[in-house]
Design a protein. Sequence first.
Length: 283
Amino acid sequence: MKILSIQSAVAYGHVGNSAAVFPLQRIGVDVIPVYTVNFSNHTGYGSWRGPLIDPSDVRDVITGVGERGVFGQVDAVLSGYQGGEGIGDVIIDAVAQVKAANPSALYACDPVMGNAKSGCFVAPAIPELLRDRVVPVADIITPNQFELGFLTRTEPDTLESTLASVELARDMGPRTVLVTSVERPDREEGTIEMLAVDDEGAWIVQTPFLPMKANGSGDVTAALFTAHYASTRSAQTALERTASSVFDLLTLTLDSGERELQLVEAQESYAHPKMQFSARKVR
């Protein structure tokens, strides 16, 4: 399997492609990483160095990859955090080129905007760009519950309202939706959930809530879910594998006391997920 991953990169730490590439490689995916920024570290530190790559330069890199004749072998395009407005058009064009060469290829968009605790943390124009232009061309989207609400102009909280919001999102274009950080009021105390929906049904998986904030965990989640879904076309299987791997990654990171994801140390959890969580069909 080949995935063209258009995301940010950092020299130190693990976000964007610097979070997604290694787990994908560890499960046997041939990744073609294209960088949208090349920072020293993620912006959560409050200061960083390095360039935001001009969209024309990102486009040139993608064009060069296409000139090698590999777009027909690409099974999925993956995109995440978009640092500037211009990158959306570049991604949309790349998806069109890949799908022209391989009509069965999928486009997975992680519509990064923010979260319920801190609100939006991207440039003001990005949420509207994602909602109006990028999400409609996606096959898979992986919003958190907050981002799902923005995309659909709703306020999902219960399982029923979250499922209703997912259907509004699916009406926009993407047929497969993974909702992360689902926090419904009637869930078991000390837990958090993820919900996956496609044409075959809807499944929810519950894991213990870990008291931590881990930059890049959403990037790993989107990458693994995309790869597992592309290979199995099963939302349930992709959800269970992803939940298992990411939970063990986060547990190891929490136990380490380190701020950055222990991405390399947790590699066996990607290659051989324990499958300790079962997804429950809810529709």
